[in-house]
Ligand binder design. Structure first.
Ligand code: FES
Ligand code: FES
Length: 174
C-alpha cells in the first residue's frame, strides 16, 4: 500500500524484475541492500565520495547513494552480482581480483569491479595510468591500490608482476 510520501516502483535488478514500495527519500543503495538483500553495493560514506556503492543505471555507472530509489522506476540496475556467469562462475575480471590479491577486506571491491568492468568494455587503452584515472572516484580503506590495478591490467590480458606482498622474504629465497 502506498501513502502520500511512498510510491510503488518496479525495477529490473541484475536481470530480475523487482517491485517495492519506497519512501520518496529512500536512497537507491538502501533499497538495494535492505529490501532486495543485494550485498554488492556498500555504504561507505553516503556522500558520493568513496565509490563503494557504485552500480550501473541503464548502463551508466552511478553512485547509488546519490540516487533516489523512485528515480529508477521502470529502469535497469546492475550490481556486481551481474558480473558473474549465470552458473555463478566468476568473470575473468573477478577471478583476476582473487588471483592478484586485490580483495583485502573486500569493502570497496564491488564498486571497483563495476568501474573496472566499464573501463575494460570501453575499448580505452589499458595502462597503469588509465586504470588509476578510472578508479579516481573510489577509495580503498585498506589502501591496497597496487594489486587492484594489477588485477585490472591482468584482466585486460597484460603481463603483470606478482601481487604486491607475495614476493618471497629474503630468508625464504636463501
Ligand atoms: S557510499 Fe556512495 S560514494 Fe560512498
Ligand atoms: S579492500 Fe578494504 S577497503 Fe578496499
Amino acid at each position: 500500500m502506498t501513502t502520500n510520501d511512498t510510491r510503488e516502483i518496479t525495477v529490473t535488478v541484475d536481470g530480475r524484475r523487482e517491485t517495492g514500495v519506497v519512501s520518496d527519500r529512500t536512497l537507491l543503495v538502501h533499497w538495494l541492500r535492505d529490501a532486495l538483500d543485494k550485498r554488492g553495493p556498500k555504504i561507505g560514506c553516503d556522500t558520493g565520495n568513496c565509490g563503494a556503492c557504485t552500480v550501473r543505471w541503464n548502463g551508466t555507472l552511478v553512485k547509488s547513494c546519490m540516487v533516489l530509489a523512485v528515480q529508477v522506476d521502470g529502469d535497469e540496475i546492475e550490481t556486481a552480482a551481474s558480473l558473474a556467469e549465470e552458473d555463478g562462475t566468476l568473470s575473468r575480471l573477478q577471478q583476476c581480483f582473487a588471483d592478484h590479491h586485490a580483495l583485502q577486506c573486500g569493502y570497496c571491491t564491488s564498486g571497483m569491479l563495476m568501474t573496472a568492468a566499464d573501463l575494460l568494455a570501453s575499448g580505452e587503452e589499458i595502462t597503469e595510468h588509465s586504470v588509476r584515472r578510472a578508479l579516481k572516484g573510489h577509495v580503498c580503506r585498506c589502501t591496497g591500490y597496487h594489486n587492484i590495478v594489477k588485477a585490472i591490467r591482468a584482466a585486460a590480458g597484460q603481463e603483470v608482476p606478482p601481487p604486491h606482498g607475495s614476493e618471497p622474504r629474503e630468508a625464504e629465497v636463501r
